[in-house]
Design a binder for this molecule. Sequence first.
Ligand code: PLP
Length: 395
Amino acid sequence: MRFAERMERLGTENAFEVLAEVTRLRRAGREVLSFAIGEPDFDTPEHIKEACIQALRENLTHYAPSAGLPELREAIARHVSETRRIDVHPDEVVVTPGAKPILFFAIHALVNPGDEVIFPNPGFPIYESVIRFVGGHPVPMPLVESRGFAFDADHLRSLVTPRTKLIILNSPHNPTGGLLSPDDLEVVADLARTYNLWVLSDEIYSRLVYDGTFASVASLPGMKERTVVLDGFSKTYAMTGWRLGYGVMPAALAEHIARLVTNSESCVNTFVQYGGLAALTGPQDAVDRMVAEFRARRRLMVEGLNAIPGVTCLWPGGAFYVYPNVTEACRRLGFDDGRALQQYLLHEHGIAVLPRTAFGSPLPEESDVYVRLSYATSRDNIERGLERMHRALAR
Ligand code: PLP
């Protein structure tokens, strides 16, 4: 069989391999406590489901405009205007099936072969995959533990060249839970304005913040016109399976992105968009409850991990992940890397975590070992998982 050459450049999310392994083990009768999954374990709030069901009953089952239903684009424009304190017009909004297509489409619309794109490493693996797919050159921006998993400003400046086209940010961050500070955002904005760069700001976890406040690079002077804000419904409203997200960007770029939607999926399911409208315009108490629960679990997780010999864990500012440093635990157990530790925890102790390699290739200067745990699982599971981890590592 002959496939197009570009398919060799398309990566994937290794996390799915671990999830498949967990499923296999469970089918074989093993009890696995999973901290591998990146989605809220809550149900979508009732009023959102009702709005979707109502739309189906009213036969709102036909094509919608590719950029999204006008009333949803308006609600998103209002929401982003309020939360980022910028003036967003509905023409600057594109609705997509999940937030992921905003990444895929924005990189396609902005990056030429040979253009350099600076992206966070460790980071969501889809960034590097799509950069390579379009023939761009991925330039990793290391996120360092000593800075609370932000970048080093001088290092970031040194990565910019005449070929740099785009900087990708993700705050709160997957996998570390790190939050970029207003000063960090100023550094990026300064570079973007000086060198005429685009910024793709992945803000999918913007409502899940526990320490400090969320800030968007798009709010800084001169940045709205060069920023694509990515956000959506998956994490905030526990709607991962609905596939509903959006991007906010200059209207001229939004037209290109909408044309990419026309060429691929035509539009997001119409009745699903009514669910999104109810999510943004309806009561927000379910989100508040979910954030409060995540905050309590974060405490359990961080305190529990720090009590395990050979493990140290920073307090993540947002999202629902912790990214403990397990270098000492690996050394004690004689493991060369985090993948070996991950396999040991899974196969010998029934605990699923993700290795650092699920978030890009470790950088040459990186000597410490990390794994990611998600606390989007019950407190009971977290307590039992921590006990097992303690037994597995305190040897
Ligand atoms: N960006 C980051 C950093 C994520 O972690 C995820 C999902 O895991 C996404 C984007 C994609 O979100 P969605 O499910 O809405 O496509």
